[in-house]
Design a protein around this ligand. Structure first.
Ligand SMILES: Nc1ncnc2c1ncn2[C@@H]1O[C@H](COP(=O)(O)OP(=O)(O)OP(=O)(O)O)[C@@H](O)[C@H]1O
Length: 224
């Protein structure tokens, strides 16, 4: 689960990207974060991944209050979180297989275990037959799927995504969002920042709306 308690984030520039933000996402829940450009969506996700730290308040992820977490605890924390970015950040000189295997190799898993998990992940995103391909030979949607396979390969309890469909056409965007919903179905907690309001609404999940760093609305399925 994910919990924000009165979280404020002020960047060194003095700008307050998040202001006294509080919300809780239960284990296995899926939600979207929407809001205007600069509303604080990416900042919120960065605090979960400990890419940034709050100025005030507490963030709890998977039962751990991140406040007291030292630098040496960060790699283990990040292994419990799958992160997907708009620009997928794949290594273009490595195969699809190598890209997805990377988090497991860094974690020191045995080679046969890595092989099993990589193939299971590629199977889930429908790319099992492309494991030897170079990412440049894949379509944008396929590259995004490789990024998702890499994010889920270590079986994280929490999956966060920052504008994962930003570069995709409506059909592919809907497919990628459905893929995230499938991970929720098997128990993963999923939080996605997205500008695409029509698509977000169609998904019928909880929606947190940010406005200048504050929580403007928290819509849940069943609300009018
Ligand atoms: N490293 C930084 N240093 C200073 N200000 C920053 C930094 N990162 C973000 N900001 C500012 O904080 C505010 C929130 O940014 P953030 O990227 O979280 O918004 P966002 O809702 O994700 O926007 P977008 O939809 O455009 O990606 C913006 O005004 C941005 O300029």
């Amino acid at each position: 689960m994910i919990r924000f308690d009165q979280v404020t984030k002020r960047y060194p520039s003095g700008h307050e990207a998040l202001q006294s933000l509080s919300f809780e996402l239960a284990a296995g829940e899926m939600a979207f974060i929407t809001g205007h450009s600069g509303a604080g969506k990416s900042t919120l996700l960065k605090l979960i991944g400990l890419i940034e730290r709050p100025t005030r308040g507490h963030v709890t992820v998977n039962g751990h209050n991140l406040h007291g977490m030292r630098a040496r605890g960060i790699p283990q924390h990040r292994r419990g979180i799958g992160m997907v970015f708009q620009d997928h950040r794949l290594l273009m000189d490595r195969s699809v297989y190598d890209n997805v295997a990377l988090p497991l190799i860094i974690a020191g898993l045995p080679r046969d275990e890595v092989g099993k998990r990589v193939r299971a992940s590629l199977d889930k995103v429908g790319l099992l037959d492309r494991e030897r391909a170079a990412p440049v030979t894949l379509s944008t949607g396929e590259q995004q799927r490789v990024g998702i396979a890499r994010a889920i390969v270590a079986k994280p309890a929490v999956l966060i995504a920052d504008e994962p469909t930003g570069n995709l056409d409506p059909q592919l965007s809907a497919e990628i969002m459905q893929l995230f919903a499938d991970f929720q179905q098997v128990g993963t907690t999923v939080l996605i920042a997205s500008h695409d309001l029509p698509l977000v609404k169609r998904m019928g999940k909880r929606v947190l709306v940010l406005d200048h760093g504050r929580l403007l609305d928290d819509w849940r399925p069943g609300d009018p």
